[in-house]
Design a protein around this ligand. Structure first.
Ligand SMILES: CC(=O)SCCNC(=O)CCNC(=O)[C@H](O)C(C)(C)COP(=O)(O)OP(=O)(O)OC[C@H]1O[C@@H](n2cnc3c(N)ncnc32)[C@H](O)[C@@H]1OP(=O)(O)O
Length: 331
């Protein structure tokens, strides 16, 4: 990405690892880190990534990086941009506590390293930069791609994973993360914890006024008319050549350019997002099978008997009776 920023000055290394402090994890000798320039560059890259993925808002920004324990790998090309260097792309990863379904459909609690955002400047894609970034991250984190989870991977990213790491068949999930065959089998038992059988269904009563308001919002959210075609309860096994249910595809500026829906749901903007802003929650319907609550924590609620919604705050969990929760943390 061409900027007026002297990328070579800020980032002496070809790949820089940035953390919460917005400073290079491996600091260069005698150089200060001009935080505001770094922040501006990250924001710019985050916006470009969001645009490339048809997102309404960036997943990556300096402020988000500062408030999460993520690592952002930033790749530059030293020679470009009149010798000032060019930010070619970035890869953002972080650990997430996830409730996933194993091959037999059992809930398993995991905390894998997840790919959260990945972007290479448009005109430099398919030149091997993505692979360079990804391999660097694998070495830095000492992890194998099959043991990672992927947050709503785009079709390009799915193609990338298949081509470079032979990751093709996914294990169906009800959340937006994609994991592949081998995720459960290659992982030591210490990293997997079976989720205990659920308690008897019933409403968990909120204690505080704010929490009660959250429940009211939740119930109002359920009244929205359902208008989208139904999606299957589980995303089908992944095949890059035959991406899953079109009902999970999101709106694109130009329908002809719309990416095929991916397992876990491609992260494009949602059609007609009905938002309720309350208590940091934005609640929206994603399909007839489930509703998504966005807030500090994000959760979705699906089972074979119907629809449901589960809101989780730092303190409490609210749920409607009769359904099985599937939880996922959000940034
Ligand atoms: C969890 C998430 O982060 S999902 C978001 C992923 N990011 C995006 O979709 C943003 C737009 N895409 C990109 O920025 C890039 O294409 C990336 C990051 C996915 C891959 O980076 P690149 O530098 O292009 O990858 P690299 O050159 O190492 O590998 C190329 C392979 O990636 C895949 N790929 C890259 N670009 C494309 C494309 N336009 N169409 C289809 N496949 C593509 C292909 O498998 C390609 O191999 P091929 O050229 O033989 O078909």
């Amino acid at each position: 990405m061409e900027t007026t920023v002297d990328v070579n000055h800020i980032f002496p290394e070809r790949i820089t690892v940035l953390d919460q402090n917005l400073i290079a994890v491996t600091k260069s000798l005698g150089r200060s880190d001009p935080q505001s320039l770094i922040a501006a560059l990250i924001d710019e890259l985050g916006r470009a990534s969001a645009k490339a993925q048809y997102l309404t808002a960036p997943i990556t920004s300096a402020s988000k990086l500062q408030t999460n324990k993520h690592h952002l790998y930033l790749l530059k090309d030293r020679e470009s941009n009149g010798g000032m260097g060019l930010a070619v792309g970035f890869l953002k990863v972080g650990y997430k506590k996830l409730f996933l379904l194993d091959q037999r459909g059992a809930h398993v609690e995991t905390e894998p390293l997840c790919v959260l955002d990945f972007f290479v400047t448009e005109h430099l894609q398919r030149h091997g930069y993505g692979l360079e970034l990804f391999n660097f991250m694998l070495q830095h984190k000492k992890v194998e791609p099959v043991l990672m989870a992927y947050d709503r991977p785009s079709p390009k990213f799915l193609s990338f994973l298949e081509k470079h790491y032979c990751l093709k068949n996914s294990v169906p999930q009800v959340n937006n993360f994609v994991v592949f065959d081998g995720f459960f089998t290659n992982r030591s038992a210490a990293h997997l914890r079976k989720v205990p059988p659920k308690k008897l269904d019933g409403e968990i009563k909120p204690n505080s006024l704010t929490q009660r308001r959250a429940v009211r919002e939740e119930q109002r959210a359920l009244l929205w008319p359902l208008c989208c075609p139904a999606a299957p309860p589980f995303s089908p096994p992944l095949s890059v050549s035959s991406p899953c249910s079109p009902s999970r595809a999101r709106q694109c500026p130009n329908p002809a350019l719309a990416p095929a829906a991916a397992p876990g749901g491609y992260r494009g903007p949602a059609p007609n997002p009905p938002l309720i802003d309350s208590l940091d929650y934005r609640v929206k319907r994603t399909s007839q099978q489930g509703l998504v609550a966005r807030g500090n924590l994000y959760s979705r609620y699906i089972n074979t008997r119907g629809f449901g919604l589960l809101l989780e705050t730092q303190q409490n969990t609210f749920k409607l009776p009769g359904l099985t929760p599937v939880l996922r943390e959000r940034d």
